[in-house]
Design a protein around this ligand. Structure first.
Ligand SMILES: [Zn+2]
Ligand SMILES: [Zn+2]
Length: 153
């Protein structure tokens, strides 16, 4: 096995890792079966397909609400960016030149927040960043992600 904390290959299943001094199954940085890097949220090792245990349960208590509710985080970012972008759209629509610059800036900020949040969510979900294109060009692209999530479970 491999130490889940430091990735060192271990002989047998020692209580304490000789490499880092921690309990090998308490970490969450490496797969215990093949030593591939993992994140605290990894449940299935991407390299060998083995279900990784130990650190996951401990890690779940430490992660934030946003990490536990990825779909809601994505939805919040979408709604937030629309709320920021709406004044820009209205200012252009009503032809208020003085308001346009500030409102458009808010819209750009909202867009950046949306891209960053969705990129982060997609990486957490181990999904391709191509989903970002769907999210941006199809207003309700997030629905596709919801559906995909439900199908894969
Ligand atoms: Zn170690
Ligand atoms: Zn593995």
């Amino acid at each position: 096995m491999f130490c889940r904390n430091c990735g060192k290959e271990l002989i047998g299943s020692p209580e304490i890792c000789p490499g880092c001094g921690a309990r090998p199954m308490r970490g969450n940085s490496f797969c215990s079966n093949c030593g591939a890097p993992t994140t605290p949220l990894t449940r299935i090792c991407y390299k060998c397909g083995v279900r990784v245990v130990g650190g996951v349960e401990a890690g779940l208590q430490e992660i934030s609400w946003f990490q536990r509710h990825l779909n809601w985080t994505a939805l919040l970012a979408l709604v937030g960016s629309y709320a920021l972008g709406l004044p820009g759209g209205l200012a252009i629509g009503f032809g208020w030149p003085a308001a346009v610059a500030g409102a458009v800036t808010a819209g750009v900020v909202g867009f950046v927040i949306l891209v960053l949040t969705w990129g982060w969510v997609l990486m957490r979900k181990n999904r391709s960043l191509w989903w970002l294109l769907l999210a941006l060009f199809v207003p309700f692209g997030f629905l596709a992600i919801f559906l995909l999530e439900n199908r894969s479970r």
